[in-house]
Design a protein around this ligand. Structure first.
Ligand SMILES: C[S@@+](CC[C@H](N)C(=O)[O-])C[C@H]1O[C@@H](n2cnc3c(N)ncnc32)[C@H](O)[C@@H]1O
Length: 300
């Protein structure tokens, strides 16, 4: 699997003919709507709550949503007992909300806007840790989606619980849903789902490492560019099990663009939205390479 995650130089060519230079579309507040060709295989720099309303209705086949976690970390610095170095958590401004009510309202707006853009048979994935996944799951149901599954991502290399006062948290939960209970004909590759899942029955548990090493995008100081970059292998599983070639994958809170990057490598189209120009610049650079072809068989 390690080999699959390394990257190689590549001349960019997509169905929409967008080059890395033309990859980024800066949302114009005066623009009322975008046509599909205008946004296909592009990352839109802007606020998802505004941009989603400008996308054509019923235009995407799958949504991958990895929203802010609202971790509410304590102000004090957390230090590792043994080596006394500081623990780097998620302290970004984008993860800060004034209250649960404000966070819930943000998630509800995202889910409502995204639903309008989904085709009738499209599916939605939402991922989060225990800090917010239960709230997100309730809101998903409140907004009228129908949950098909949850998939538990078990991390083989989680951050230890340095203070030793709780279990080490080694999981994130993905919720997979359709627009409503009546939705039929959504994409699902049951053979791959079995192959990716745990044990003989291919249960809804995916065991794989967090994004580290060469796969992790770095800033100009060699530090992580994004605190919560997801592993390409996670997105490979999401995309292969729930989309068909040529489908359109939408990521409204794209971070450093893992979803679109993997989608493109797997022959899918994408639309990404991200509010932070630093991350969008990271995506632009990232698109000068593609992940090596995902040719290896899925690990059992
Ligand atoms: C958990 S991260 C996503 C990480 C991503 N999956 C990856 O692999 O890089 C959430 C992202 O949402 C972005 N974000 C937060 N509010 C947003 C908004 N209103 N519109 C667009 N993006 C937003 C943040 O800047 C952050 O990069």
């Amino acid at each position: 699997m390690r080999d699959m995650l390394s990257e190689q130089p590549h001349t960019f060519s997509s169905k929409a003919g967008v080059t890395p230079e033309g990859l980024v579309l800066v949302d114009n507040p005066c623009t009322g709507s975008y046509s599909l060709p205008e946004v296909l295989n592009r990352v839109i720099l802007g606020n998802a709550l505004e941009v989603l309303g400008k996308l054509p209705p019923a235009s995407v086949d799958m949504v991958f949503m990895d929203p802010p976690y609202f971790l509410q970390l304590p102000k004090k610095e957390l230090r590792r007992w043994t080596v006394k170095t500081a623990v780097e958590g998620v302290e970004d401004d984008w993860d800060k909300f004034a209250s649960f009510a404000e966070y819930d309202a943000f998630i509800a707006r995202l889910l409502e806007e995204v639903k309008r853009v989904m085709k009738p048979q499209a599916t939605l994935w939402a991922i989060a840790t225990y800090h917010s996944i239960f709230r997100i799951g309730k809101i998903i149901q409140d907004v009228g989606y129908w949950i098909l599954n949850d998939v538990l991502w078990v991390k083989t290399n989680p951050m230890p619980n340095w203070l030793g006062v709780r279990f080490t948290n080694a999981t994130e939960t993905l919720i997979w849903a359709v627009k409503d209970k009546k939705a039929k004909g959504y994409a699902f590759d049951r053979e791959l789902a079995r192959a990716f899942g745990m044990g003989k029955v291919g249960a809804n548990v995916w065991v794989l490492p967090i994004c580290t090493g060469a796969e992790r995008l770095k800033d100009e100081h060699g530090k992580k560019l994004h605190s919560t970059q997801k592993p390409a292998e996670l997105l490979r599983r999401v995309i292969l099990t729930s989309t068909r070639e040529g489908d359109v994958v939408l990521d409204p809170v794209a971070g450093v663009g893992t979803s679109g990057h993997v989608a493109r490598a797997l022959g899918r189209d994408f639309i990404m939205i991200e509010i932070n120009p630093r991350y969008v610049e990271g995506i632009r650079k990232r698109f000068q390479t593609v992940p090596k072809p995902f040719s290896e068989p899925p690990s059992p």
